[in-house]
Design a protein around this ligand. Structure first.
Ligand code: BG6
Length: 609
């Protein structure tokens, strides 16, 4: 998820572009760049690191001109560096991109065979060369771009400019957002409203498969076939701060709602139903060693640690391998017994958490194979491990983790299927059924998001509770832990997650009519056991908030509040059951007036021990 902008008008483009990128930095901040066209042609300035580095460069090497494009990056292909930063140039063409091109390696090979030299590690540079190659054929920038985008697979929003067509920008998109801002003697392009709200409130939203030819005085919409599209602009009434949150009150609320898209992006190109495979090419270099693994240890911190607990179930059941889980801060000091045939999987959103990095060092010292599941490209943990599976949640701004968690579950499930197939413990048809369920998860989480207002009502009734208890069984015991952690992080209410079957051996002592007890009760093979635990709570007056995927009269009767999420394969129920727990913690925190996005005492990534 990068931030892209374009400007054509009468102002100094570099000022407009940098200002707009500042309001898009929540979309990505590992490198940035602008390109401006003036009498000397198109000049480009790029920097690795936060936008402020680019601002410093533009002071020493300013750019003059009233048309340009700009980009702030969240790396997916090619580590954060000046060469991989956007804009990318190919001949007369300069281009910025947000999204993922799945077939870029094939296109790169084809362009190289034509004698072209591609200098970056990105998928984006391929598009610039494709457009330039088309223009060599004598066609216009808009036609060249149209011919190029028809060859791309994946998600993309791009803005292109050319030395040979001053005064014109061309934008095109599929799957990632582009908004066009209509001004007086100026027009703007951006991946999100906040970037351009300062200049206009009249916006046109580009649809999938559409392009826009943008000059100072006009915007022409067409589709990828060249057919003209007509549409009236919409007037946006948001204030700029709300706009950054996409109209949500908090980044956390926005990130909860971004989970379906984050899951789509994380699963993209990684499910092959016809062969029952999860093609994770990034594992090919370690495939030999994977074939010899006979034990797995998973390690992480915080919310990521809860993801590893769910991952343990996936690996036990799909790869039939013993898997144990350890807090990274414990693992690194307990001198774990590890060897060549051990795989240590670490999970980290930021890829910078010191304890998790320490766990990697410990595993490497013992000669174990190491695999990272990370959300930040080229982060320390990703670089240190033998292989890495990237989640594509995009930047997670809110300190408490939500969308990263569900994408971590997706990556762990894909890996478990891949390993199960590799070790011949899962056959193609079994895997295909499971992967079909997984592919449906983004849509089911979308449906679960509709519970928000119902959960808000429940939260209002329990917001003054002193304590909460969360219960779950099997693969949903970690979900209970995650629900409790979210409530602690966001509302500062003491909360405990517990295996439902273990409650009667201790926490049952806490139950009174003042204690909300949140219970995961999906209709799975331990459902009847969960019902008995619910009755143990009911008989002691506890206030039960039950979450299920199949309502029943019995649950209706026992539970004070019953929430129903869409049904899926029992192993995948953590995806849907987690959503109402995120909303519950969020809404209780809002009720209590907590600083939701920056809770006290917490940090997004703890890079010290
Ligand atoms: C904490 C964050 O500091 O670190 C949590 O507040 C997070 O949200 C935990 O789960 C682990 O971070 P990471 O980046 O290693 O997943």
């Amino acid at each position: 998820m990068c931030g892209i902008v374009g400007y054509v008008g009468y102002r100094e483009a570099s000022d407009v572009l940098v200002g707009a990128l500042r309001r898009l930095e929540y979309r990505g901040y590992d490198s940035a760049g602008v390109a401006v066209l003036n009498g000397r042609g198109i000049e480009v300035r790029r920097c690795v690191g936060k936008l402020v580095n680019l601002e410093k460069l533009l002071i020493t090497e300013p750019l003059r001109g009233a048309i340009g494009i700009g980009h702030t990056r969240w790396a997916t292909h090619g580590r954060p560096s000046e060469e991989n930063a956007h804009p990318h140039r190919a001949g007369n063409v300069v281009l910025i991109h947000n999204g993922i091109i799945e077939n870029y390696l094939e296109l790169k090979a084809e362009l190289t065979a034509k004698g072209r030299t591609l200098s970056s590690e990105t998928d984006t540079e391929v598009i610039a060369h494709l457009v330039d190659e088309e223009m060599k054929g004598g066609v216009s920038l808009v036609h060249a771009t149209r011919n190029a985008v028809r060859r791309l697979l994946g998600s993309f929003s791009i803005v292109v400019m050319s030395d040979t067509e001053p005064g014109r920008l061309v934008a095109a998109k599929t799957a990632t957002p582009i908004v066009l801002g209509l001004g007086e003697r100026e027009n703007l392009i951006a991946s999100d409203i906040p970037a351009i709200l300062e200049y206009t409130r009249d916006m046109l939203f580009l649809e999938d498969g559409e392009m826009a030819e943008v000059t100072r005085d006009a915007i022409v919409l067409t589709d990828f076939e060249g057919n003209v599209r007509q549409r009236a602009p919409k007037r946006v009434t948001w204030d700029p701060v709300t706009a950054q949150k996409g109209g949500y009150k908090h980044f956390l609320q926005k990130e909860i709602h971004e989970q379906p898209q984050a899951l789509i992006d994380t699963l993209r190109g990684r499910i092959r139903l016809e062969t029952g495979d999860a093609p994770l090419a990034e594992l090919d270099p370690i495939d030999d060693r994977l074939g010899k693994i006979d034990r797995i240890t998973l390690s992480a911190c915080g919310t990521a640690w809860h993801a590893t607990l769910v991952g343990k179930f996936f690996l036990n059941q799909l790869a039939r391998l013993p898997a144990e889980v350890d807090y990274a801060s414990e693992f690194r000091y307990r001198a774990p017994v590890l060897g060549e045939r051990d795989l240590v999987i670490v999970v980290s959103q930021s890829g910078e958490t010191a304890d998790t990095l320490g766990a990697v060092e410990e595993a490497k010292r013992a000669g174990a194979l190491t695999l990272a599941i990370c959300n930040v490209l080229d982060s320390s943990i990703a670089r240190r491990c033998d292989a890495v599976i990237y989640t594509h949640a995009g930047p997670e701004i809110s300190v408490a983790s939500t969308k990263a968690f569900t994408t971590q579950l997706a990556a762990l499930f894909l890996f478990a299927v891949r390993l199960g197939r590799r070790l011949d413990r899962l056959d193609a048809s079994q895997a295909s059924v499971l992967l079909a369920h997984l592919r449906n998860i983004p849509q089911l989480t979308e449906q679960a998001l509709s519970l928000e207002s119902r959960v808000a009502q429940i939260a209002r009734r329990h917001a003054n509770a002193q304590d909460f208890l969360y219960l779950g069984r099997g693969v949903n015991y970690p979900v209970a832990l995650e629900g409790a952690l979210k409530l602690k992080e966001l509302s500062y209410i003491h909360a405990e997650g517990y295996p439902a079957g273990e409650m009667k051996h201790g926490p049952i002592a806490l139950i009174t009519d003042q204690l909300p007890v949140v219970v995961m009760a999906p209709k799975d093979d331990v459902y009847s056991k969960t019902i008995s635990n619910l009755k143990e709570v009911e008989s002691r007056g506890g206030r039960i908030i039950a979450i299920t995927d199949e309502p029943s009269d019995e649950l209706e009767r026992i539970a004070t509040d019953l929430l129903v999420v869409p049904k899926t394969h029992s192993l995948l129920s953590p995806f849907t059951l987690t959503i109402p727990l995120q909303f519950l913690a969020y809404q209780v925190a809002v009720e209590r007036g907590s600083d939701v996005d920056q809770p006290r005492n917490l940090a997004k990534s703890v890079t010290v021990e």
